[in-house]
Write a protein that binds this ligand. Structure first.
Ligand SMILES: *Cc1c(COP(=O)(O)O)cnc(C)c1O
Length: 322
């Protein structure tokens, strides 16, 4: 189903349409988006437990073993936690869940994974998968997407949580008649047709391989700039790294933006000013990343960091096999 909302709308539609007030939710909270999923669930009055994971770390099966019990009926998780740049081992989690908690539905915020890396919803046994238009699909924000497993679809009929706009039972009926519940964002849907054409022209496997190569090469380059990679479980969506102590990261990224136009993301909350996130999600070529690394490296040098920009570029090119 295609909804007219940003990605969070699809997360909300999934919760509101599939769960009922007696459900007991466990949310993996390993960053800002995990926190958002948990808050969303809480906002519907659902009993919501949080499995809090240190920022920069991925959740493990051992963590889940300790946290989940047979009362939990839904597990909420990000595939790629964009706020920290972490990839959770979704396939492994799903496999474990099917064996140990077969009645627990798996809700996946795949907003920065679908379209950037393999995501086999049916094969992996995901019950609710959501994404948004402005990430790997390369569109402006404004569309979100939800897909349901057969068993999640069956839950649509249960008494609904309060709300009106986000109703996947109604949306699914509409889709089956080739209609939509409300006015669709026609301009974005036309743009989607074009971005999908671009994706399939490159070939999905090639798109995934390019993301993987860009991510690996960026990770190879970043440490040469005097930055420390922020996770050992990185996503292909973005590369997160710590600034050296004493550097005002927020100010440095502002300077890069005003001087060069490169908008490198900082991070929020406890990582604000301390961490940067270089995106390589969607329409990126290695040459985009190379220019970005030059802009970043030069500014770090000026800030007194022992950044070796030329070495970083060499590492990037070697890794990408340019
Ligand atoms: C971007 C993003 C979202 C959705 O944010 P919106 O602003 O509502 O589109 C949710 N989860 C993750 C992991 C994201 O990267």
């Amino acid at each position: 189903m295609i909804l007219t909302s940003s990605g969070s709308g699809a997360m909300e539609a999934g919760i509101r349409s599939v769960l009922k007030s007696s459900d007991h939710v466990m949310a993996v909270v390993a960053g800002k988006f995990g926190d958002r999923f948990a808050k969303l669930s809480e906002s519907y009055g659902l009993k919501t437990d949080r499995l809090t994971i240190e920022w920069g770390k991925a959740v493990s099966i051992a963590d889940l073993e300790k946290a989940l019990n047979k009362n939990h009926t839904a597990l909420l998780i990000q595939h790629s936690e964009t706020s920290t740049g972490v990839l959770h081992p979704l396939q492994e989690i799903s496999k474990w869940l099917k064996i140990n908690h077969p009645h627990c539905l798996l809700f996946v915020d795949a907003i920065t994974s679908i379209g950037a890396m393999p995501f086999e919803m049916d094969q992996w046994g995901i019950d609710v998968a959501v994404t948004g238009s402005q990430k790997a699909l390369m569109l402006p924000p404004g569309l979100s997407f939800v897909s349901l497993s057969a068993r999640a679809e069956q839950k649509l009929k249960s008494p609904k949580l309060p709300g009106f706009y986000f109703d996947l039972e109604r949306d699914l009926e509409a889709v089956r008649k080739n209609q939509s519940s409300f006015s669709p964002s026609i301009s974005l849907i036309m743009a989607l047709q074009e971005s999908l054409r671009i994706i399939f022209e490159e070939g999905l496997a090639n798109v995934f391989a390019r993301h993987e190569k860009l991510a690996v090469a960026t990770r190879a380059a970043i440490p040469h700039l005097g930055l420390q990679l922020a996770t050992e479980s990185p996503s292909v969506a973005c590369t997160s790294a710590f600034f050296p102590k004493g550097i005002d990261g927020k100010k440095l990224l502002e300077t890069i933006k005003s001087k060069t136009g490169f908008r490198i993301a900082g991070a929020q909350d406890r990582w604000e000013g301390k961490v940067l996130r270089v995106s390589h999600l969607g329409f990126y070529s290695p040459f985009d990343l190379i220019s970005c690394l030059v802009a970043l490296g030069r500014e770090l040098e000026r800030a007194g960091v022992s950044a070796q920009t030329t070495r970083a570029l060499q590492a990037f090119m070697d890794s990408y096999e340019l």
